[in-house]
Design a binder for this molecule. Structure first.
Ligand SMILES: NC(=O)c1ccc[n+]([C@@H]2O[C@H](COP(=O)([O-])OP(=O)(O)OC[C@H]3O[C@@H](n4cnc5c(N)ncnc54)[C@H](O)[C@@H]3O)[C@@H](O)[C@H]2O)c1
Length: 403
């Protein structure tokens, strides 16, 4: 029997649980170690999963001591590049870093380079690529069940990098990883809104065109609708995709909607409901990672080049708003264009006062502007003088399905 892969996790909050659950459900990993600034966060994972990994308050110490095969990076976005690059330097066999890949394309590129340099495989956690409904939709489109795709429409919110990077990744997955050719979009940002210390817009609209001619549209926080999935319109049929299933309408279905709710390889879709996407997505993502590490497959569906493209499409929306133009990809701007717009005064908030829609994730005495806030020191923008956030507004509340 093959020995289990030794996994370690950096950042033990809400998303780390899905990584741990995935590693354990796949049966191919032992959870060797956890690292978090907060001991209670690690203790909660031990209790929840009945495991006893070694705990570290300093992720660098964990990386130095544990000889890990696989490292999960589950801190906030601004820590993704820092900890992926630190992990790569210790040469585990693979790193699974959460989305969005990084806070800028430049940092995402550094992650790719560090992993290539150290021969470490890198995947980004767009776990919906592993949902059977997503793969069924991709296969239906690939075999022409709806004809050439004319338009895909998706509804996001809570920040383009946060929620809609899953949507841009989904568009590419549904099109068998066709590349985006150009992006045109606009953002509204009247308030000083942030998400996990990343500056975000109040609302956005974006259009994308892909190399083989398909187009896609994201409406983010401009309607009350928000879900992971899409309406796909082809010249000969339509698909309505959601995380737990899809509906297909074409000539073969007699012009009526046909429901599909495919089970996963690890879990049945019923009765898990909303939990299905996390359980199945996490387990299948971890399982394919083990295959990739062991050389059983050439590629991983979530390998970092896809995470990079998903982020590039998001930052191209900001770049289009900044330059008032249709932006051709590959995007050459490597800083965050939204930051540029705000910091240059081009898009100054008209209702000042920073707030963070994920402030409720912080622990103990941490506040999102404090020195200890995850990522605060790295971005350098969240100083103690920042105005008090209003976290009691409509954005406050448990993390939605997008993250
Ligand atoms: N793939 C998805 O669908 C999905 C869903 C939710 C979150 N996410 C992503 O996961 C990431 C984490 O989000 P979350 O909701 O789990 O946040 P969280 O606040 O619940 O957890 C983050 C953890 O990191 C710890 N931490 C912060 N800085 C650290 C450091 N320097 N060293 C060690 N530990 C540190 C914190 O103490 C905290 O326990 C984000 O980038 C988010 O976008 C992805």
């Amino acid at each position: 029997m093959t020995a289990k892969l030794r996994a370690g996790v950096i950042g033990c909050g809400s998303m780390a649980r899905h990584h741990v659950a995935g590693y354990l459900a796949s049966g191919r990993y032992e959870l060797a170690a956890l690292a978090d600034l907060d001991e209670a966060a690690m203790a909660e994972i031990d209790r929840e999963f009945g495991v006893s990994p070694v705990h570290y308050r300093d992720p660098a110490e964990m990386l130095d001591r544990e000889r890990l095969d696989v490292v999960s990076v589950c801190v906030w976005h601004t820590g993704h590049a820092r900890w992926t690059i630190a992990a790569a330097a210790r040469r585990p066999r693979a790193i699974l870093c959460e989305k969005p890949m990084a806070e800028t394309l430049g940092r995402a590129e550094e992650m790719l380079v560090a992993c290539r340099r150290n021969q470490v495989k890198l995947a980004i956690g767009h776990q919906r690529r592993f949902l059977p409904a997503y793969t069924l939709a991709r296969d239906l489109i690939a075999r022409g069940a709806v004809g050439p795709v004319q338009l895909m429409v998706a509804f996001g919110g809570q920040g383009l990098p946060n929620y809609s990077s899953h949507l841009t990744d989904m568009f590419r997955y549904l099109l068998s990883d066709d590349d985006c050719r150009w992006v045109m979009g606009n953002v509204e940002r009247k308030t000083d809104r942030h998400e996990r210390t990343t500056r975000i817009e109040d609302g956005a609209v974006a259009v994308f065109e892909f190399a083989r001619g398909a187009r896609a549209l994201i409406l983010a926080d401009v309607t009350p609708i928000m879900f992971q999935g899409a309406h796909v319109y082809g010249s000969e049929g339509m698909i309505e995709l959601q995380t737990q299933g899809l509906r297909l309408l074409n000539r073969e279905t007699g012009g009526t909607w046909q429901e599909h709710r495919p089970d996963g390889r690890f879990f049945p879709v019923t009765p898990l409901g909303e939990a299905f996407e996390w359980r199945e997505g996490g387990a299948a993502q971890a399982d394919e990672l083990a295959d990739w590490v062991l050389g059983k497959v050439e590629t991983h569906r979530g390998q970092a080049e896809h995470g990079y493209r998903a982020l590039e499409m998001i930052h191209a929306v900001y770049e289009s708003a900044r330059c008032h133009e249709k932006v051709a990809l590959p995007l050459q701007t490597r800083v965050n264009p939204l930051d540029l717009m705000v910091e240059s005064g081009h898009l100054a908030p008209q209702r000042p006062g920073r707030y963070d829609i994920r402030a409720f994730l912080l622990r103990g005495e941490q506040t999102w502007w404090s020195e200890e806030a995850p990522g605060a020191g790295e971005r350098g923008a969240a100083g103690p003088d920042a105005a008090r956030p209003d976290v009691t507004g409509p954005d406050a509340g448990p993390a939605g399905p997008g993250g």
